[in-house]
Structures are given as structure tokens and as C-alpha cells.
Design a protein around this ligand. Structure first.
Ligand SMILES: [Zn+2]
Length: 250
């Protein structure tokens, strides 16, 4: 049996992606910002998460992989095509997560381009006005080899290395903090907001399902509400990734 080097390759590439081929950009946002993002896009992110977000007049970013639409993931039901169109028409951002949810470290330039094109074609087929401008790495794994290519196609690419984006950020490897019950509690959320305020930074949360009993990768409605309250109390503006990039002058 041949050894499977792909997980090791992915880990090494992810580590290298933090330090090499960076797209340094000085954020010019006037005040601190927060973005709420949902990967893969479970049905509950839209059905349960969106009404909570909209109670705060917040728009979120949904990183969709067309190949996961309407499918059972093992943890949740995937969003439907109609629900994606509804999110888009409500002003939420639909963004790219490859088509088949493949690690970018397992893709060469041609196969990554094909993944992006397949996803773009799928989303345009749902609604021709859906324009995908931003990307999230499947499994959060940054690819040192593919960053340059992604930078020519997308305004930003988001990983899952926690922290606040402040000062000079790497637009092709944006930091994101889990809004996942297993990984963060209310105090942890408050600390991240305090850091965002102190650094005039951009805090990006990522999550998956939103449910009273979430998967190991999701959050409860009350944790989402806590984060939205924490933003409101500190006057941190809640923006989609596309909106935040515009506010930052990107
Ligand atoms: Zn994903």
C-alpha cells in the first residue's frame, strides 16, 4: 500500500502558508469590525442562524461548496439551492469553498481552477447575479502553492487560524476564530471582541450548523446571540466579508 502523504502535506503547507507568499494589506477600516461566516453551509445556518443575525440587522458570509448542496454531511443537512438564492436576495454574501470541498493542498493549478469554475457555474445557475468574490480554504488548510493563484481570482481567502486581523493582514490567509461551542465560550468571545476594539481590528468568526444541540463544528443559537450582543455593546460593526473588505479599503 502506498502511504497517504496528503494529510502531512496539508499540515506542512498550512504552516508555510502563514509565512510565505503573503499578500500584505494595510487595513484602513475606521472602526473595529466583525464578520460572521458559515462554511459548507448547513441548512440550519440559514434556517436558524439567519433570523438571529437579521434581528441585529447583520449580514453574513456563507462559503458554499456546490457539491455539498442538498446533501447529508454526516453531521447536518446541506442547504438547498433555493435557500442559497434566498440568502443572496436578503443581502448575505455567497462565497466560494471549492465545488467538491477538496483540500487546496491536494489540487494543482488546473484542478483548483476547475473547482472554482464549477462552483461559479453552479451558483450562477441558481441566480446569475451571484458573484463570488471571496474564498475559504476547505478544512481551513492554507496552501502555500495555491495562494498566489487564489489572490488573482478572489479578494480574500480565509483560513481557520484564530486571531484578529489588524494592521497589516494577509488577504489570502485571513485569520478566523471558531464560533463553535466546543472551541470557545462566552468569555473567549468577549476577549476576542476586546482585542478587536483595542487593535481597531477585524474579527472573523467561522461556524457551521446552528442548533440547540450542534455538531462538534457548530454553535448554539445562544452562543451566536452572545457574540452579536458582544458586538452591539462595543459598537463593533457587523459586516459580511465583502462589506468589511470595502470598509478596509481593499
Ligand atoms: Zn468546509
Amino acid at each position: 500500500m502506498r502511504p497517504d502523504w496528503s494529510p502531512l502535506k496539508a499540515r506542512v503547507s498550512n504552516r508555510m502558508a502563514r509565512h510565505f507568499c503573503i499578500s500584505p494589506f494595510r487595513l484602513r477600516n475606521r472602526g473595529p469590525m466583525v464578520s460572521f461566516t458559515f462554511d459548507d453551509t448547513p441548512k440550519s445556518a440559514a434556517a436558524v442562524g439567519v433570523p438571529i443575525l437579521e434581528a441585529y440587522d447583520a449580514r453574513a458570509t456563507f462559503y458554499v461548496a456546490g457539491g455539498l448542496v442538498d446533501k447529508w454531511s454526516g453531521h447536518w443537512d446541506g442547504i438547498s439551492g433555493d435557500e442559497i438564492v434566498t440568502l443572496h436576495r436578503q443581502g448575505h454574501e455567497i462565497a466560494c469553498h471549492t465545488f467538491s470541498h477538496t483540500r487546496t493542498t491536494d489540487l494543482d493549478a488546473a484542478t483548483l481552477a476547475a473547482e472554482i469554475e464549477d462552483n461559479r457555474r453552479y451558483l450562477r445557475g441558481l441566480d446569475p447575479s451571484i458573484r463570488i468574490e471571496n474564498f475559504a480554504y476547505p478544512y481551513g488548510l492554507g496552501s502555500v502553492l495555491r495562494k498566489g493563484q487564489l489572490g488573482k481570482i478572489f479578494h480574500s481567502s480565509r483560513g481557520i487560524i484564530p486571531g484578529v486581523n489588524a494592521g497589516v493582514a494577509d488577504l489570502q490567509f485571513l485569520r478566523a476564530t471558531p464560533l463553535i461551542n466546543r472551541d470557545i465560550d462566552r468569555d473567549g468571545i468577549d476577549r476576542m471582541f476586546d482585542e478587536a476594539v483595542a487593535s481597531n481590528g477585524w474579527l472573523i468568526f467561522y461556524s457551521h450548523d446552528v442548533a440547540a444541540e450542534p455538531s462538534p463544528y457548530g454553535c448554539t443559537p445562544s452562543l451566536l446571540r452572545h457574540a452579536l450582543d458582544a458586538a452591539s455593546r462595543r459598537n463593533v460593526e457587523i459586516l459580511s466579508v465583502a462589506q468589511a473588505l470595502r470598509s478596509a479599503g481593499a
